[in-house]
Ligand binder design. Structure first.
Ligand code: SF4
Length: 235
């Protein structure tokens, strides 16, 4: 049943993204995906009888874990900050990201979880890269902010999930449809730790070349091990 609910969104997204990838650059394709994805999410949220607790200024979810992103998403964030940030903001972003990455060098996933440091793209409780934030951030939602706060304070305790089913399956299905279309092109769809991958893109322009030639985009940034090309297909 959950597979069917995901497929309802994965299949149309896969078809549209596949078409986009034939007629647009991969970076244009990710922006077009975000527009469709946000529209699907908005429709699911508005149709839900349960209200979401998420609101501007609430940033518990930006402190919970290391955000992951696909290489295409990392490149879009990189392009965005270099195009739109003023020199001071760009410098401080790179400094925050560098310090965040340095603290995580060689640490286990469990230790990463216990650090609970704010995402380095979070500024004054707002996402500084909001228009190009990765899909995992677009997907996160909750009906009870208290649980988000509790899980921030006690990461190893179990708190009730306060996702809305329809919103969750919309998010997962739509994101899987896009990821599969990118994977079909033979491109890297591993989920890398965003900060490390962003920093590597700043330091090494060859990341984009590697990605375009079908290789792993990043050699230093760690990833979750999830590779869509090797996983069972949702679309
Ligand atoms: S990228 Fe933006 S939305 Fe995502 S965790 Fe970082 S600050 Fe929050």
């Amino acid at each position: 049943m959950s597979d069917e609910r995901m497929l309802e969104h994965a299949l149309p997204e896969f078809a549209q993204a596949r078409q986009d990838l034939q007629t647009h650059t991969v970076r244009e394709a990710v922006i077009r995906f975000y527009a469709r994805h946000d529209a699907r999410m908005d429709a699911a949220i508005h149709a839900s009888p349960q209200a979401l607790a998420c609101d501007k200024g609430c940033s518990h979810c930006c402190r919970q874990f290391d955000v992951v992103a696909l290489p295409v998403e990392v490149f879009e964030i990189h392009a965005h900050v270099f195009r739109h940030f003023k020199p001071d903001a760009l410098r401080s972003t790179i400094q925050r990201v560098s310090s965040y990455v340095a603290k995580r060098k060689g640490v286990s996933e469990e230790t990463r979880l216990s650090l609970r440091e704010a995402c380095p793209f979070l500024v004054d409780n707002s996402c500084s890269i909001y228009p190009v934030r990765p899909s995992v951030c677009r997907n996160y939602h909750a009906t009870d902010a208290n649980n988000c706060e509790k899980s921030l304070k006690e990461p190893f305790s179990t708190w009730p999930t306060t996702y809305v089913d329809d919103v969750f399956f919309t998010a997962m299905g739509s994101a899987a449809g896009f990821r599969n279309a990118v994977a079909e092109q033979g491109l890297d769809t591993k989920e890398y730790h965003l900060s490390a991958a962003f920093l590597e893109t700043v330091q090494n322009p060859h990341c984009v070349k590697r990605f375009k030639s079908g290789k792993s985009a990043f050699v230093k940034a760690t990833h979750t091990g999830f590779n869509q090309a090797e996983s069972s297909r949702a679309a």
